[in-house]
Design a protein around this ligand. Structure first.
Ligand code: SAH
Length: 356
């Protein structure tokens, strides 16, 4: 558990144990529900806003807990309904998180770390490495802030942990935040609609099997042979596809839910029919969905998006081999809110015009 600089925990953090605090304060335990309702449905900004709580209780809550340590440094919106928040944390670090609209779906994509240590060569989030894990409170603040972008009465329906960072490297702080996301008294997002995306860390996947295999797991493959995968996803060198697929299989056995494998298509790198055949063979016999993600461009990186034709051919081969596939539709690319475009530093400014 982590408090902010003065040691206070976020009031919704399960480790804050609001119920116990209320008992000690001789307040009825049902006030906990009221506090949660104020924060989520009531969109209270502070304990002072919770006007039906006794004033002295509001003051005690204020001195014991916190609600916000982040500030919104930028808020971008795009015509496809995508909104991105750049949040500044108490220590000045910055993270991004996204709200996506698709039909009736209201999906949030949240970050789990400041930066990322995995170093995937095509992803903006890892360009400057990892600085630190986010606290449970900082993960919760992303959820609260994104939920408040919706008009009153609309609720978040889906949650993906696909923002900056490797979520399985920060499970201890992530899982309590996901518990709050699921709690019907808080955000009430069904666990079946929560997806954790991982680069593929077998030990952490096994831990998740032990703790709770009810979340959807998406494993980022990007290549089906070790030589190519290690070039694209450097942490693969020490792990290898066999170990990742074996861990994914154990997750599948425990969860009974279809696994998702993500595959970023990079032009001329991993997008040929032969690559698709290798992938199909590797996944044969698995109840899996391959989520193909055409590369989203990242300024300064040498990769290119695949041609339409290459995408079609790649999908065609997978389908022919009986693999379930889906193409992830690009959302929010204009504001750099699409997969792999989130970063911890504000995007470099465009070069200044010549002075003369
Ligand atoms: N660390 C987690 C979450 C990453 S973001 C993971 O590795 O899964 C979710 C997905 O976006 C991952 O599959 C990631 O590899 C992919 N991605 C990263 N950069 C991308 C880019 N520039 N274009 C498209 N997808 C990208």
């Amino acid at each position: 558990m982590d408090g902010d600089a003065d040691g206070r925990l976020h009031v919704l953090d399960p480790a804050a144990d609001l119920e116990a605090f209320l008992i000690a304060a001789a307040a009825p335990a049902w006030r906990a529900k009221a506090v949660r309702r104020w924060l989520v449905a009531g969109r209270a900004e502070s304990f002072a806003d919770m006007t039906d709580l006794p004033r002295d209780l509001r003051q005690r809550l204020e001195s014991r807990y916190r609600i916000w340590t982040t500030t919104v440094a930028a808020h971008k919106t795009t015509e496809d309904g995508t909104e991105k928040l750049l949040l500044e944390l108490a220590d000045g670090q910055r993270i991004e998180c996204v709200l996506l609209r698709d039909g009736a779906r209201r999906t949030v994509c949240i970050s789990s770390q400041v930066g990322c240590a995995m170093g995937c060569v095509f992803c903006a989030s890892g360009i400057d490495g990892v600085v630190r894990n986010l606290t449970t409170g900082e993960i919760l603040e992303q959820l609260l802030r994104l939920a408040r972008l919706l008009p009153e009465g609309e609720r978040l329906s889906h949650l993906v942990v696909m923002g900056m960072g490797e979520p399985l490297a920060n499970l201890d702080r992530l899982l309590p935040a996901l518990a709050v996301a699921r709690d019907p008294d808080c955000l009430g997002i069904s666990q079946r609609r929560i997806t954790i995306s991982t680069v593929g860390l077998p030990t952490a996947i096994d831990r998740l099997v032990e703790v709770d295999a009810g979340y959807n797991l998406a494993v980022s493959l990007h290549a089906a042979d070790d030589e190519l995968r290690t070039r694209l996803v450097p942490v693969n060198k020490a792990i290898g596809l066999d170990a990742i697929l074996a861990a994914a299989d154990r997750y599948w056995e425990a969860s009974g839910r279809r696994l998702t494998f993500e595959y970023v298509l990079l032009r001329g790198v991993n997008d040929t029919p032969a690559d698709a055949t290798t992938l199909a063979r590797r996944l044969a016999g698995r109840a899996a969905l391959v989520n193909v993600i055409p590369y989203n461009t990242v300024a300064g990186m040498p990769w290119q998006e695949p041609s339409r034709q290459a995408i079609e051919r790649f999908l065609g081969v997978l389908l022919e081999q009986g693999v379930n596939v889906q193409v992830r539709r690009r959302k929010g690319a204009r504001i750099d809110a699409a997969c792999g475009q989130l970063r911890r530093l504000a995007a470099a400014r465009s070069p200044s015009p010549p002075s003369s």
